[in-house]
Design a protein around this ligand. Structure first.
Ligand SMILES: Cc1ncc(C[n+]2csc(CCOP(=O)(O)OP(=O)(O)O)c2C)c(N)n1
Ligand code: SF4
Length: 301
């Protein structure tokens, strides 16, 4: 296992490929995620967006907030549409264009998973990024398979919160043995930019899972977005790591003394109904998953 906590002398690229004037809610994690991803990838990028908040955020046609071409596609088709575009570009001899599929957690972990799995099995040459806000936000905060156990959503109301744990999409993609899978979040922007740059250099299917809070759906103060991203990492709720070819793990941040999960939960109204015993149960689950990740990462030292 290798770990790294800092990327020395790394500067976030100044050039912007996203304009102000988009129509996201204040403090939307998905917006900063796209802004950073494009800073990493540059203007020779085509973005494929299925139905999700980003369909709206980009702006009503013919206006749009990105400085690169965008192809809007159906909810379940991000991976296959991106793969088709990449293949067509290659047939035309345009080999230097990155095709980025950019989908929410519903479009990835639920409805898009079969197209994504197909692309991964064929090792289609795309970057697939899932900005994960842990629910179907665009249609009104319904639970998805990325919603964590215990969270309030409009379909898992207080009194009947979600009983199932969050689906582990990074590990599902790692099991496909694709060349590159990584997790990222906005409180570690150098790490996020670095991972997109690395993915761009690798041929085949690359998958990046971005933890991207939604202040509206999480009932949290918009200005806490970065704080919550950092707490997710420092409590081990959302570990930052990479896996190459399904076997070589690198954990990017290993907190020497992880913070209690309660620190992360208490800032979000979607967890305000939880009892002490629920929080203890979540803490146990988080500890188990992080130890399991550490063990997997130690398998091939
Ligand atoms: C086949 C199909 N079913 C349902 C919808 C309605 N729909 C549009 S966006 C959306 C939610 C997307 O959720 P997610 O992928 O998590 O992205 P977010 O909105 O959270 O950014 C749904 C259910 C659709 N467009 N197509
Ligand atoms: S509902 Fe959430 S994910 Fe959608 S634009 Fe607003 S903050 Fe972003």
């Amino acid at each position: 296992m290798t770990t790294k906590t800092q990327i020395k002398n790394f500067v976030i690229p100044e050039k912007e490929y996203m304009y102000p004037g988009h129509v996201a809610c204040p403090g939307c994690g998905g917006v900063l995620a796209m802004r950073l991803a494009l800073k990493a990838l540059g203007n020779k990028t085509i973005v494929v967006i299925p139905a999700c908040c980003w369909t709206i955020i980009d702006g009503p046609f013919p206006m749009h907030s990105l400085h690169v071409p965008v192809y809007h596609t159906a909810f379940e088709t991000a991976a296959i549409a991106a793969a088709g575009i990449k293949t067509a570009l290659e047939i035309q001899g345009q080999k230097d264009i990155t095709v980025l599929a950019w989908a929410g957690d519903g479009g990835t972990l639920d409805i898009g998973i079969q197209a994504l799995s197909g692309a991964a099995e064929r090792n289609d040459d795309i970057i697939y990024a899932c900005y994960d806000n842990e629910a179907y936000m665009n249609t009104g905060i319904q639970r998805s398979s990325a919603t964590p156990k215990g969270a309030w959503t409009t379909t898992t109301p207080v009194g009947n919160p979600k009983g199932e744990p969050k689906k582990n999409i990074a590990e599902i993609m790692i099991a496909h043995r694709v060349p590159y899978v990584a997790t990222a979040t906005l409180a570690y922007p150098e790490d996020l930019v670095n991972k997109f740059r690395k993915a761009q250099q690798i041929k085949g299917t690359k998958f990046i899972h971005i933890f991207a809070p939604c202040p509206t759906g999480w009932k949290m103060a918009p200005e806490l977005m970065i704080t919550i991203c950092r707490l997710a990492v420092l409590t081990n709720v959302f570990p930052l790591y990479e896996c190459e070819n399904g076997i070589k793990y690198t954990i990017n941040v290993v907190p020497s003394k992880p913070l209690p999960v309660a620190e992360y939960l208490k800032l979000q109204g979607r967890f305000s109904h939880l009892q002490e015993s629920d929080i203890e149960q979540i803490q146990k689950m988080v500890d188990f998953e992080f130890n399991f990740l550490l063990k997997k990462a130690q398998l091939l030292v």
